[in-house]
Design a protein around this ligand. Sequence first.
Ligand code: FE2
Length: 137
Amino acid sequence: MQLYDWDKKYSVDFEPIDTQHKMLLGMINKLLLNQLKDKKIILMLMDEVVLYAKFHFFSEENFMQIYDYSDFKNHKTEHTDLLNEVISKSTLYIEDKIKLEEVVKFLVNWFVVHTTKGDRELGKYLKKITGDKGKNL
Ligand SMILES: [Fe+2]
């Protein structure tokens, strides 16, 4: 599978969130770069994705609460569902029920949907309310 470059189409136009999304994409690429390594290494890298996604969601939820985002509840529910799905995919991989490729496909699809749907709306709102694309946040 090919590596995924960051692209303007993933931008939510709010820097702190874009920075974290770039990190997430980098971690997906790291999985691809190490796909032939030992399963133990792959599992460590999957843990890295899960832990960073937890941090990222927590960070977005803080922004939503600080700036009274009206869709907070729904967005938080989406985060919880996504995390559960990522964890269940990695469990299936650990149990040899799915291949790494399937986990990566899921992660990439999740990344694209996550950045171009709900987060785009959130970015638009945060940009408007903070006035500076979050440069100093
Ligand atoms: Fe996000």
